[in-house]
Design a protein around this ligand. Sequence first.
Ligand SMILES: *Cc1c(COP(=O)(O)O)cnc(C)c1O
Length: 369
Amino acid sequence: MDPRKPAAVGASVDTVETPALIVDLDMFEQNLAKMQAAADATGMRLRPHGKAHKTPEIARRQMGLGAVGICCQKLAEAEVFADAGIPDILISNQIADPAKLARLPALAKKVKLGICVDDPLHVERLAQAFDGSDERIDVYVELDVGMGRCGVPAGDRLVALAQAITAAPGLTFAGVQAYQGGAQHMRTHAERAASVAQAVDVVRAGRALLAEAGLDLPLVTGAGTGTYPLESASGEYGELQAGSYALMDADYARNTPGPEGAFAPALTLLTTVISTAVAGRAVVDVGLKGVTVEFGLPVPVDPDITARGVADEHCILVIPEGSPIRPGDRLSLVPGHIDPVCNLHDWIVGVRDGVVEELWRVEARGPGL
Ligand SMILES: *Cc1c(COP(=O)(O)O)cnc(C)c1O
């Protein structure tokens, strides 16, 4: 059975039950078109990241505009998107558990599937998982281009991994993933450009090492919402993995955009005021179970209101002296960071001109078992 729906299609936005994630469909469509146009203009493949929204309907819209496929961060996410009919999925992350790896051939039967590795053990276990299967998987070596998360440097380990993948039956060496996550939220264009320039140097070094070993580098995939024009212009990357651009969040809104301009703040969290008992404050009906704070407190859309704190079930807002806000009033907040916030909700409500036009299920939500 579907979880409780916050709204009915065709109803006024005033009837949406809160807390609810609201997408302004005009802004959302504008964001999708802007990113696809940028990819097309620079000859890049666009493979939007699905971890941001975890919503197959959004992925279908992205594919409809020309995306080549999507990225997922977790196997469980990829399985949901595959079942929803998305035909081409890159798991832009490592999987180490043999029991999870054993699920990959069945997934590769449904979709064109890719995955990242940064350890010979990954390659060995992937090869075991695909041994005896008719399916194949595209394997990308993840390069650490400065983020310090997963990935190997441009050095011997890169070459050894590419060779091991090439030698393994069932595995195809498809390229490298070079995502500089650390650059995405640097505030100025100049800082982001300097960071991506370093990433591009690592990619170039990796390409040269692979060439010395007689290996071609078929594709470099990476980039995010904060930096995609830089990777596009580098001459090294062939595929963009941006994800947040579709919905955006308050932290991305703090970036000073480059010449490409900003994406529109399409996602807001609609809340209801439950208490104004303390003068100068309004308490709304969402807390940490519906909004997260790792990239800062949610930002009220009304510039006269600021968030003061978020507890389990309450968000405390500071309102102007003498404000007419009363219990039952509704206030919209922009979440600090969309990915974990979408993950907390079952539905995204698509609104245009004050009317609920769509109700999208956040089907791939959860920790990714
Ligand atoms: C999160 C992520 C992205 C997308 O970044 P955004 O900032 O959401 O655009 C792309 N690639 C990888 C590997 C990621 O982890």
